[in-house]
Ligand binder design. Structure first.
Ligand SMILES: [Zn+2]
Ligand SMILES: [Zn+2]
Length: 166
């Protein structure tokens, strides 16, 4: 049975996104995270380091709500305002990018290189995929400058596809 899927490509014109570093690690030492923050002009205060470490290791494209909920046990004095402020600082320093996958709920991604997102409509997980820059469409409007291109595919992940076939 063919898998039902649909594909949407969004073009966003927003503030400058710069290509930085690629991290494929599943766990990160706090010292590595702290050094990365310092190298990018951010003082590694405890909550900043905690939030950045979370984004770097989880790679779950969380919302503010998810970050707040997941870190509250580790850091009971954490507030949503702090999460917002830290995220805005990380965005300003190009260590984190925002992605809007559905509605107007922003998600945060510590992978700032250009890449696409595949959302499984069954389990809700978001998976990264590489995008060749040659695939980028040429903007058909004269005089416009593209700052960010987002590729977004919805469908089913292998796990959910298998579960539906059985
Ligand atoms: Zn799934
Ligand atoms: Zn991503």
């Amino acid at each position: 049975m063919p898998v039902f899927w649909s594909c949407y490509i969004f073009f966003y014109f927003c503030s400058t996104i710069t290509v930085h570093y690629i991290y494929k690690l599943t766990t990160m030492k706090q010292e590595v995270v702290n050094k990365h923050l310092i190298d990018n002009g951010i003082r590694p205060l405890r909550k900043r380091a905690l939030i950045y470490n979370y984004l770097m290791t989880k790679r779950n494209h969380p919302t503010v709500e998810t970050i707040f909920r997941d870190l509250l046990t580790k850091e009971p004095s954490l507030s949503k305002t702090t999460v917002y402020n830290v995220l805005n600082l990380l965005i300003e320093k190009n260590l984190v990018q925002t992605i809007s996958i559905e509605g107007n709920e922003l998600r945060y991604d510590a992978d700032v290189k250009p890449h696409g997102h595949f959302k499984c409509t069954s389990c809700g997980k978001i998976f990264d995929f590489d995008v060749d820059e040659k695939m980028y469409p040429k903007i058909p409007l004269e005089g416009f400058t593209t700052h960010q291109v987002q590729y977004y595919i919805t469908g089913e992940c292998p796990h959910c596809t298998k579960a539906h076939l059985n």
